[in-house]
Write a protein that binds this ligand. Structure first.
Ligand code: ADP
Ligand code: MG
Length: 260
């Protein structure tokens, strides 16, 4: 598979103005992301996963190193972000939220609305186009957030724990939906989660991070056919392996926070 994104030796230091503290969030992250893959990032809380996504999405700059996004055949070169908090505009309807990006880029109205209608179909929100975010369930809001990111036609979509605040049942449904939408859109997904079972269900590869400063500890390929079930024998084995590998890092990160 061709590489869609080169991540080259990224180091990120946060400077905390008030206390003059310096936090090394990421230290020497290098990774090649393949076109069309579902890449999952897992690691203990505070290891820099969100920081890396912000750098990939162009919202933050690294102290050193960088990212390079390959131009696709049709010339597209965009990353999009689906945040954990829904980050939808509360004063805009579903449809108005989805067309927001194209509107800013002055895509003609007919074109952006036709595209939004296709996306509403894709994320199965037909009938809810004219609702406001507060009139939707958490799961539906996350569908809107995904459609809104897709409306910008990004080559790479970044997800920062999008299902973390949903109830277990809704999370299950959306995990299946995410795989379906990934397969239908053939986009590259970079997906942060702290839930190892989610990593096993979703990922083509799972990148395990160390405790802060975040480094890549191991990249685990997931060679299991889809659809996967968390109770499948191979799935359970992989889940146990990931739990084992991450245990030390979680303990280290708790120690660093003075919690043990
Ligand atoms: N905007 C920021 N300013 C200062 N420190 C930050 C900022 N964002 C994150 N950090 C710090 O960087 C480290 C990594 O954070 P983060 O990327 O959010 O980790 P994760 O998403 O893996 O939980 C943490 O110690 C966090 O407190
Ligand atoms: Mg985070």
């Amino acid at each position: 598979m061709p590489i869609v994104l080169h991540i080259k030796d990224i180091r990120k230091v946060w400077h905390i103005e008030r206390t003059k503290e310096q936090v090394v969030a990421l230290d020497g992250i290098s990774l090649d992301v393949e076109r069309g893959e579902f890449l999952v990032l897992v690691g203990p809380s505070g290891c820099g996963k969100s920081t890396l996504l912000q750098i990939i999405a162009g919202l933050e700059n690294p102290a050193s190193g960088g990212i390079e996004l390959s131009k696709s055949l049709d010339g597209h070169k965009e990353t999009g972000m689906v945040f954990q908090e829904y980050a939808l505009f509360p004063w805009r309807t579903v449809l108005e939220n989805i067309v927001f990006g194209p509107e800013v880029r002055s895509v003609p109205k007919v074109e952006r609305e036709a595209n939004a209608q296709r996306l509403i179909e894709l994320v199965r929100l037909r009938g809810f186009e004219h609702r406001y975010p507060h009139e939707l369930s958490g799961g539906m809001r996350q569908r809107v957030a995904l459609a809104r990111a897709l409306a910008n036609d990004p080559a790479v979509l970044c997800f920062d724990e999008p299902l973390a605040s949903l109830d277990a049942q809704t999370r299950k449904v959306l995990q299946v939906e995410l795989v379906r939408i990934w397969q239908e859109t053939k986009r590259t997904f970079i997906y942060v989660t702290h839930a190892l079972d989610e990593a096993v269900l979703l990922g083509d590869r799972v990148v395990l991070f160390t405790a802060r400063p975040g480094r890549i500890k191991e990249i685990v390929p997931v060679r299991l056919p889809r659809p996967r079930t968390i109770t499948g024998k191979q799935e359970v084995e992989l889940l146990e392996y990931l739990s084992e590998r991450i245990r030390d890092e979680v303990e280290r990160s708790l120690k660093a926070e003075g919690l043990t």
